[in-house]
Ligand binder design. Structure first.
Ligand SMILES: [Zn+2]
Length: 406
C-alpha cells in the first residue's frame, strides 16, 4: 500500500497489482478515491535513483521453462493428478489456480479476474495436461480475482458446477457488482494518470506506461457488460467430491481472509488449495477477521498435507509459509490491539510497528520472502522492490479497522 503522503510527489505508481491487500479487495464500503488508488495502484519506485527498466513480465515469460511465452500461467505438477497454475505477472492480476485431474474430469480451484483468463487456463490445461473436461470450479472466496472468470467455464461447453460456501455466494451476490462498477470507474481515472505520467516520462518508462494502459483498457472493455456467474452448489461447512482417482474435501474452518473461505483438501495426495487464506504474498486483511484468522489456520493445519497451493505466490511443499503468515497476523493483531488500548491513533501505530520490530517477519526470512515474491510476481517499473513497511502499514490499517469484527 503506498502511503501517499510521502509518495504523492512521484505521481501514481505503476499499476503494481500486488496491491493485493490492496488490489484484490476493494473494501466492502468503497473508501475514498485516494485510498482506492493507494490500494489499486500499489507502490511507486523504491527510489528515483534506481530508475531503470526492469520489465519483469518478459523476463518471467522467457524464464518460465514450460508453456509458451504468451501463456498466462505456468502449470506445475504438485503430485499425481494435482497441478498448480501459477499466475504470471499481469497488470490486472490473476490468482493462481489448483487443477485436480480426476478419473474422468477435472476440478479447478479459483477462476481469476476475467473470463478470458479462465478461458486461457482451460486451453492450457487441454494442451499441457489433459483432454478431460472441467466438471467443477470452486471459488475459495468472493474476491474478484478468484471468481470473475466463472462464465468461461459455463461457456466451455461441458456440464459444469461452481461450488462455494453459502457465505461466499452471499458476499458475491451482495458486493461483487458494486465493487466491479467502482473498480472500473477507478481504472478509467487510473488510465488518465498513467497517460499524464507517460507524457512526462523517458522512453522506457513511456513504454511501461503504455503497456499498463493497454492491459487496463482491455480489461475494462472485457468487463464492460460482464454478468456474474454465481455458484450452483453451495454448502455451509463441508462438501466432498468423491472420485475413483482421489477425493476432494471442501472445508470451511472459520473466518479468516473473508467470512466464507473454503480450503480444498486432497487427502490421498497430501495437498491443499488455500485461496487467499494462506499464500505467499502479504496477507490481505481488508475483508479479514484478524482475531480469528490464526485459529482458523490452526484448524487447517490439523490435516495431513505437504503441498500448499495458495491463491498468490509460489506453491509450497511444506508448512513454513503457512506458519509464518499465521504468526504474522497474530503478532500484528496483538500489537494493534495493544496500541488501540493505549489510545494510539493509526499513524502512531504505523510508526511504532516497524518491519524490524515484528519477530514473525524476521523469522525464517518471511519478510524478505514476501518482498521478493511480490516483486517477482507483479508488473513494475524500477529495479528494486518498495519497502515492505508500506505493506505492513496497510495491514495495520486493516487490522485496526477489522479488529473487533466477529
Ligand atoms: Zn482475496
Amino acid at each position: 500500500m503506498c502511503q501517499s503522503h510521502d509518495r504523492k510527489a512521484q505521481g501514481l505508481g505503476e499499476v503494481h497489482s500486488h496491491a493485493h491487500a490492496q488490489n484484490h479487495t476493494v473494501p466492502e464500503r468503497m473508501r475514498s478515491r485516494r485510498d482506492f488508488l493507494r490500494t489499486l495502484m500499489g507502490t511507486t519506485l523504491a527510489g528515483a535513483s534506481v530508475m531503470e527498466l526492469a520489465w519483469h513480465r518478459a523476463a518471467w515469460a522467457r524464464s518460465a521453462g514450460n508453456g509458451r511465452a504468451d501463456e498466462l500461467f505456468d502449470l506445475q505438477k504438485a503430485a499425481d493428478g494435482v497441478y498448480f497454475a501459477h499466475a504470471r505477472p499481469q497488470t490486472v492480476i490473476n490468482c493462481n489456480a489448483a487443477v485436480f485431474v480426476r478419473a474422468r474430469d477435472v476440478v479447478v480451484v479459483d477462476a481469476h479476474s476475467k473470463p478470458s483468463a479462465a478461458a486461457a487456463l482451460i486451453r492450457q490445461i487441454r494442451s499441457e495436461v489433459t483432454d478431460k473436461p472441467v466438471r467443477y470450479v470452486i471459488n475459495t472466496h468472493f474476491h474478484w480475482d478468484h471468481m470473475q472468470g466463472n462464465p468461461a467455464y459455463k461457456q466451455a461447453g461441458a456440464a459444469v458446477d461452481i461450488l462455494a460456501t453459502n457465505e461466499t455466494k452471499r458476499l458475491m451476490t451482495e458486493l461483487s457488482g458494486q465493487r466491479l462498477k467502482e473498480s472500473l470507474e477507478e481504472m478509467a481515472r487510473q488510465v488518465e494518470t498513467l497517460k499524464a505520467r507517460s507524457a512526462k516520462a523517458g522512453a522506457q518508462e513511456k513504454r511501461f506506461c503504455e503497456s499498463e494502459i493497454s492491459h487496463i483498457e482491455s480489461y475494462r472493455a472485457e468487463m464492460k457488460n460482464y454478468a456474474l456467474e454465481l455458484p450452483t452448489i453451495t454448502f455451509d461447512k463441508t462438501h466432498v467430491l468423491q472420485d475413483g482417482a482421489f477425493d476432494l474435501h471442501l472445508e470451511w474452518h472459520g473466518r479468516s481472509h473473508t467470512s466464507g473461505d473454503v480450503f480444498v483438501f486432497c487427502p490421498q495426495r497430501k495437498a491443499v488449495a488455500t485461496g487467499d487464506a494462506s499464500h505467499g504474498w502479504v496477507p490481505n486483511i481488508g475483508d479479514g477477521y484478524p482475531q480469528q484468522w490464526p485459529g482458523t489456520i490452526d484448524e487447517v493445519m490439523k490435516a495431513d498435507f505437504e503441498h500448499v497451493l495458495g491463491g498468490h505466490g509460489p506453491m509450497q511443499h511444506n508448512r513454513g509459509v503457512m506458519t509464518s503468515q499465521r504468526n504474522f497476523i497474530e503478532e500484528l493483531t496483538q500489537r494493534v490491539a495493544e496500541g488501540k488500548t493505549g489510545g494510539q491513533p493509526l499513524e502512531e501505530m504505523q510508526k511504532r510497528i516497524t518491519v524490524r520490530s515484528l519477530k514473525s517477519l524476521e523469522s525464517n526470512g518471511y519478510g524478505e520472502l514476501l518482498q521478493r515474491t511480490q516483486w517477482a510476481e507483479n508488473t513494475h517499473f524500477g529495479s528494486a522492490p518498495p519497502p515492505l513497511q508500506k505493506d505492513v502499514d496497510g495491514c495495520i490499517r486493516d487490522v485496526l479497522r477489522n479488529l473487533d469484527r466477529a
